[in-house]
Design a protein around this ligand. Structure first.
Ligand code: NDP
Length: 416
């Protein structure tokens, strides 16, 4: 019994709690801690409603300010947690990681650390934060798996798997993330608007010919013909996984493309040009100081409230190009996730579902020793086969499309 402490009680934490509860026989007691206790309690209620917890099993809520390293250490020890799944806001990463290093608990997160005061960081971004603690993790023999959601996370594992299984050499990886779902609202973000917009207001970094290239948001547009979601328009976007994959895989070109509709771009552009996406405070005529981005966040729908009416599917994957036996080759490794099915199973939309399930798969692989490496790693440094195989059984099925075929990837059967 390893016992798990989940940090955060947002959309992703909701899925993580459900999936941990479904697997509590292997994971042990499940604890969930966030700033607002009532949010943890609401998640626990939802887990009981769906009957996700295998009995007998403990699922407990705690109030915690995870910026407080001592308080986090105390909770890790009090709950005897050996695995911490940090799915709180990315501002917490370094504090939670520190608490894990000092208590010996394994650490996991699903995004790079962010400093609220800085919108865009010099690449490779990981080197500014998490990687500075690599040596400390090694000395403490603490396993830290960074960025183990879907993207970053599964797409890193897909890249590793493609390189090892389908190619002799790889020239490019295009990560494509399309949400062809519909929430029926005028405008909404699928996760925390603050984090979501921060991703799009800054320089867009891509990895081209083995070096960083700076681009503008919505500067490069590309249409792809994807399985299930069909013809999808995407834009070159900066994304966490490029910051580790560029350093770890030896692939000269790695880019990230996110799907956006014209309506989203119009609204986003108006908000941005008006200055409403700024995190710099402004003073109103009545002398009040307000942060425009916080006001926008307050008036937009709560991302969690979108789940009940969400229809359609997401398609996220890696289009990998290179050669095998001297012949050019192109392989798409991908997952399709259905918003309604996610909601029926755990009460969440597919964006949260695709981020939460991989984190719990990783927790299971740490618990059974497969990924318990005793150091800090990004997902592409780990064996992707057990991860992909486990997710196939946990609700996220991996498929591959190449040479006119389209099939479920079974990592136990190596494809050549
Ligand atoms: P939410 O904003 O919904 O939730 C964040 C949670 O963190 C909230 O419950 C918040 O608590 C909690 N929190 C914030 N500050 C503190 C603190 N000081 N102490 C304790 N708890 C705190 O985010 P999401 O669930 O959408 O996302 C969670 C993480 O997953 C983010 O890092 C996000 O970037 C990442 N993500 C990764 C994806 C991937 O595929 N890799 C996809 C989607 C998200 P409270 O509510 O009480 O304020």
């Amino acid at each position: 019994k390893r016992n798990v402490l989940i940090i955060g009680a947002g959309g992703v934490a909701h899925v993580v709690a459900h999936k941990c509860a479904q697997n509590n026989v292997q994971l042990g007691d499940i604890h969930i801690a966030s700033r607002t206790l009532s949010k943890c309690q609401a998640i626990i209620e939802s887990v009981h409603e769906k009957g996700s917890l295998r009995k007998p099993g403990l699922l407990q809520a705690h109030q915690l300010d995870a910026m407080d390293v001592e308080a986090t250490k105390f909770l890790i020890r009090a709950t005897r947690s050996q695995i911490v799944i940090n799915v709180g806001s990315p501002f917490l990463n370094m504090s939670v990681l520190q608490a894990c290093i000092e208590t010996g608990a394994a650490y996991m997160d699903t995004a790079i650390h962010e400093d609220p005061a800085k919108v865009c960081e010099a690449p490779p971004w990981y080197a500014n934060y998490e990687w500075k603690r690599r040596q400390a993790c090694k000395e403490a023999r603490v396993t830290a798996v960074l960025g183990v959601g879907f993207d970053p996370g599964v797409v890193n594992a897909y890249a590793r798997y493609a390189i090892d299984s389908y190619f002799d050499s790889v020239d490019s990886i295009d990560i494509i993330d399309v949400n062809a779902g519909s929430h029926g609202r005028y405008f909404a973000t699928n996760f925390d608007p603050e984090i979501n917009f921060r991703e799009f207001v800054s320089t867009v970094w891509s990895w081209e010919n083995n070096s960083w290239k700076a681009n503008q948001m919505f500067e490069h547009r590309k249409e792809w013909d994807l399985p299930v979601t069909g013809k999808s328009t995407t834009y070159l976007t900066g994304h966490d996984e490029l910051h580790s994959m560029s350093q770890n895989l030896g692939v000269p070109n790695i880019r990230f493309w996110m799907g956006f509709g014209d309506h989203y771009i119009n609204v986003f552009t108006v908000l941005k040009n008006l200055g409403l996406l700024s995190e710099q405070p402004v003073r109103t005529a009545r002398g009040q100081e307000v942060v425009p981005l916080e006001v926008v966040k307050a008036v937009l729908p709560d991302p969690a409230s979108l789940a009940p009416g969400y229809t359609g599917k997401t398609c996220i994957g890696d289009l990998v190009k290179g050669s095998k036996h001297g012949e050019p080759r192109e392989v798409l490794i991908y997952n399709v996730c259905d918003h309604e099915e996610s909601f029926a199973e755990v009460g969440s939309q597919a964006i949260s579902y695709t981020a939460g399930v991989p984190a719990v798969a990783a927790a299971l692989l740490i618990a059974n020793g497969t990924w318990d490496v005793g150091g800090m790693v990004n997902v592409e440094e780990l064996d992707p086969a057990p991860f992909i195989a486990l997710m196939n059984r946990m609700g996220l099925v991996t498929r591959a499309r190449h040479d006119g075929q389209d099939y479920v990837v079974d990592p136990q059967q190596q494809v050549v």
